[in-house]
Design a protein around this ligand. Structure first.
Ligand code: SF4
Length: 316
């Protein structure tokens, strides 16, 4: 089995008030092969961040399973859990909030190493300097504090910190959305370079479809807690099948104004409905131009429509 991650019918519900339930992650299944990048896209509030955190065990799942190298993450003993915590890391959205302002860059990077890897003082500093080089900074940054660095440099520190414990799998949770547009591509290209060098496996979470296209091998589209389409990068962008994916892709800006004027944008009508107490049936129904009677009655399941192309829609 070459899958590093297998997620099966994962659910993460939160109670809201007395009798209401927010289904942040609702029956999500996917797998990620070793060395692969799975992109997870969707509008804000669709549950992609909660999904990433539940996969890492930061949130306890309400139901379902996450397997890491075939082992159930939520049923691991202490020793296995510690190993998993080392092997599976996270890069956060906000490099401003996720770095402790009172710690030096060297200590931020070294903190996780102190827990998981036993090193002498000299080896530790050597490793920190090496990691700084890997992410495009220098050993001089080690004695500095986060506020002395730019947003892009801070995100490089966030990446170095994740790499410090030699992980196999990294959840990149909107790693570029807090950064200047001019810096975003640099960070994504750095992640791609590191993946090649170190054989990393990524779950790349973002609302930016162009960036997801740039980095991912396969892409899952989330809507209100569920994956509505899952396919190879090529198939998803070249022949999207789900009406929601079609609308998202038609809204990606194209730099050429001539093409931009001519193409048919599918406008998404209405707001994203509330994820609290969602009714039976397709959650996209209120915004879907193809909705039929059955769509309001039966929730469509994610089914393989073409080889390795999965869609949850009654049109298929
Ligand atoms: Fe539209 Fe029905 Fe498909 Fe949902 S199941 S996306 S409402 S056609």
């Amino acid at each position: 089995n070459e899958n590093l991650i297998e997620v099966v019918d994962l659910k993460k519900y939160f109670s809201v008030g007395k009798d209401r339930t927010l289904k942040a992650v609702d029956n999500v299944s996917f797998s990620i092969k070793k060395g692969e990048t799975l992109g997870l896209v969707g509008e804000s509030g669709c549950g992609k961040t909660t999904c990433g955190r539940t996969v890492l065990g930061i949130y306890q799942a309400t139901a379902g399973h996450v397997y890491y190298n075939g082992m159930d993450v939520h049923a691991m003993n202490r020793e296995e859990k510690l190993k998993f915590k080392k092997s599976a890391q996270m890069i956060f959205q906000d490099p401003y909030a996720s770095l402790d302002p009172r710690m030096t860059i060297g200590d931020i990077i070294g903190e996780g190493m102190d827990v998981h890897i036993k090193l002498s003082h000299k080896e530790r500093q050597g490793k920190i300097d090496n990691l700084l080089g890997k992410v495009g900074l220098t050993s001089e940054h080690s004695a500095r504090f986060p506020h002395e660095l730019s947003g892009g440099q801070r995100q490089r520190i966030g990446i170095a910190r994740a790499l410090a414990v030699e992980p196999e799998f990294i959840v990149c949770d909107e790693p570029i959305s807090a950064l200047d547009v001019s810096i975003q591509a640099q960070i994504v290209n750095l992640l791609i370079k590191l993946q090649r060098e170190l054989g990393l496996t990524y779950l790349f979470i973002s609302h930016d479809l162009s960036m997801v296209k740039h980095i991912s091998d396969r892409v899952g589209v989330m809507y209100l807690g569920s994956i509505v389409e899952l396919a190879s990068n090529h198939d998803l962008y070249e022949k999207p099948l789900h009406p929601y994916t079609q609308a998202l892709i038609s809204a990606i800006p194209i730099p050429d104004p001539v093409i931009e004027d001519k193409r048919n944008r599918i406008k998404l009508e209405g707001e994203v409905p509330s994820p609290i107490n969602t009714p039976e049936g397709c959650k996209f129904m209120k915004r879907c131009v193809h909705a039929k009677e059955i769509c309001g009655k039966i929730t469509p399941e994610l089914k393989e429509i073409e080889k390795n192309h999965f869609v949850a829609c009654h049109l298929f």
